[in-house]
Design a protein around this ligand. Sequence first.
Ligand SMILES: Nc1ncnc2c1ncn2[C@@H]1O[C@H](COP(=O)(O)OP(=O)(O)O)[C@@H](O)[C@H]1O
Ligand SMILES: [Mg+2]
Length: 266
Amino acid sequence: MATTYSVEHSAAQEIEQLRQQVLRLQKLSQIGLLTSSITHEFNNLLTTIINFAKLGLQADSEAERRDALQRILKAGQRGSTICNSLLGLLRQETVRREMTDLVALVEEVLTLVEKDLQRHQIRLEKDYQGRPRAPVVVGQIQQLLLNLITNARQAMPRGGRLRITVRENPETDMVEIAVHDTGVGIAADKLRLIFEPFYTTKSADEREPSGTGLGLTICRQIIEAHQGRIRVESLVGRGTTFTVKLPRRSSLGNPSAIAGAESGAN
Ligand SMILES: Nc1ncnc2c1ncn2[C@@H]1O[C@H](COP(=O)(O)OP(=O)(O)O)[C@@H](O)[C@H]1O
Ligand SMILES: [Mg+2]
């Protein structure tokens, strides 16, 4: 007897589900690159806590004991901040946009990457102009920034400078987040390829797995879903700047998660 299967999902729904899955997996792979430096940092924090707890227990004076407790508190608070940032990044994806303080969002991502940057001899510079807010899907913009920062770090194998700028552009009514590096740069004829799925110039070595070529594709989709823009400027041997522009007001009531349209990014 023939069995009939009811088709519960349309092809479009399945594609959308796969898209969401790729988004989640790509985020996990980016977080994976940070695991080693975050673990090191936790180890250092625990060493601080253990040593000052011992010192505090042996302390003769009240002042010494207080000092030890203060240091334990500080290390504990730092650990808690890192945990919260990590949980924020891993949090189940919602696709709801919320009015968000973008400097606070950038800071949360930087909490997770700063030790990794230090380890690679990269100096971090921040330039925040005001406290711009925009309606964004928090998890997606975090992922976008993580992708851009990881790319910047990987473009500076011998160290360098990474500058993050957040500012409001009153003329366009957009918030602009720029990630600038002093890395290897991108040749002009490659600029149009970098947003293509699976385009990568990174092969595996002893320190890092090979690239997937999905980071910028996902960045582009996230920006399109926010009706934003992304712009790249690069000079070979000098460095690269990616500027993300996000509208300060949403034009759509309830945006879909990841739009498949090809417009928007340029
Ligand atoms: N900041 C950057 N500096 C130099 N090249 C970059 C930078 N960001 C991206 N690229 C280039 O774009 C390619 C695609 O990036 P991406 O989509 O994130 O994939 P992946 O990082 O896995 O290679 C990279 O392999 C690299 O050649
Ligand atoms: Mg990448």
